[in-house]
Design a protein around this ligand. Structure first.
Ligand SMILES: Nc1ncnc2c1ncn2[C@@H]1O[C@H](COP(=O)(O)OP(=O)(O)OP(=O)(O)O)[C@@H](O)[C@H]1O
Ligand SMILES: [Mg+2]
Length: 237
C-alpha cells in the first residue's frame, strides 16, 4: 500500500505540489494526468524520498519514506522517463548488476534469464549489448528488475512517452501482470487512452492540485478527454 497524506512541495513562493492525499492498494493502478508542470514528477520524487516534502507524509506499507528511506525504497521500483543502462554490458549483465545493488542474493544466470523472459526479453536479446536496445527494451529490463526484486510498489514517470503503439501495448500488458501479482502502481502519463485502459483510479492534476479523481470504469475514453480539457481550462480556485 502506497499512501500520501497532504503531501506538499514548495519551491520558494511556487507551490509545485499542494496537499496531495492518495492511497494505492496492492493490485491497483493510479494514473496521474496533468499538463506540463502540473506536479506529477514532483509527486513521484517525493514518494521515493528523492525530494524532501515541505509538508505531509508518504507511507509505504506503513513505513514513513522520509524517516526510513532505505526500508521504504526496498519495496519500490522507480521507472524514470529515461532508463539508463550500461551500453557496453548486455541486458543480462545489466540486470545482474542492478539486482546485485538492490540486494538480490540469488542471481544465477538461469534466474536472470527467466526474469528477463518474463519481462519480454528473449534469450538472444538478453546477451546483446544494451547499447543496441530500443527504449521499449530498456524498460523491459527495468521491469525484469522489478520482478527480480519483487517490488511491491512501482512508480512510473511517463513510461510510454516515445514508445510506438505496439511497444506501448506490450508495456501496459506487462504492467497489468505486475498489478495482478499484487503490485501497487502509480504512473504519471499524458496518454489518456491507456490511462483509462490500465488504471483503477485516474487523477487529474493542475497547478500542483489534484483537481479530480475518478474510477477508470466510470468514463469512456472520449468522456475522459472532455473532462481533462474542461479541468485544464477551468479557473483555478
Ligand atoms: N528544482 C526546482 N526548482 C524550482 N521549481 C521546480 C523545481 N522542480 C520542479 N519545479 C517546478 O514545479 C512544478 C512541477 O514540476 P513537475 O516536474 O513536477 O511537473 P510535471 O507534472 O512532471 O510536468 P511534465 O508533464 O512536464 O513532466 C513546475 O512548475 C516546475 O517548474
Ligand atoms: Mg514530469
Amino acid at each position: 500500500m502506497l499512501q500520501t497524506i497532504s503531501l506538499s512541495k514548495q519551491y520558494g513562493s511556487h507551490q509545485a505540489l499542494a496537499g496531495l492525499s492518495v492511497q494505492i492498494a496492492p493490485g491497483e493502478v493510479f494514473c496521474m494526468l496533468g499538463a506540463n508542470g502540473a506536479g506529477k514528477t514532483t509527486s513521484i520524487k517525493l514518494m521515493l524520498g528523492l525530494l524532501t516534502p515541505s509538508a505531509g507524509q508518504v507511507l509505504v506499507h506503513g513505513v514513513d519514506v522520509h524517516r526510513d528511506p532505505l526500508a521504504a525504497r526496498r519495496q519500490m521500483l522507480y521507472l524514470p522517463e529515461q532508463i539508463a543502462l550500461y551500453g557496453e554490458m548486455s541486458g543480462l549483465e545489466n540486470l545482474d548488476y542492478f539486482a546485485g545493488l538492490a540486494g538480490v542474493g540469488d542471481r544465477r544466470p538461469s534466474l536472470l534469464l527467466e526474469w528477463l523472459h518474463e519481462a519480454g526479453i528473449p534469450e538472444d536479446a538478453a546477451h546483446r549489448r544494451a547499447a543496441t536496445y530500443s527504449k521499449g527494451m530498456r524498460q523491459k529490463v527495468a521491469i525484469a528488475l522489478a520482478i527480480a526484486r519483487s517490488a511491491r510498489v512501482l512508480l512510473l514517470d511517463e513510461p510510454t512517452s516515445g514508445l510506438d503503439p505496439q511497444a506501448s501495448a506490450e508495456f501496459h500488458a506487462l504492467l497489468l501482470r505486475q498489478r495482478d501479482a499484487g503490485a501497487a502502481i502509480y504512473m504519471a502519463t499524458h496518454d489518456l487512452f491507456r490511462a483509462r485502459e490500465v488504471a483503477t483510479t485516474i487523477g487529474l492534476m493542475r497547478g500542483g492540485h489534484l483537481v479530480r479523481t475518478l474510477k477508470a470504469t466510470d468514463v469512456s475514453a472520449l468522456e475522459l478527454e472532455r473532462l481533462y480539457l474542461d479541468e485544464m481550462r477551468a479557473p483555478l480556485m
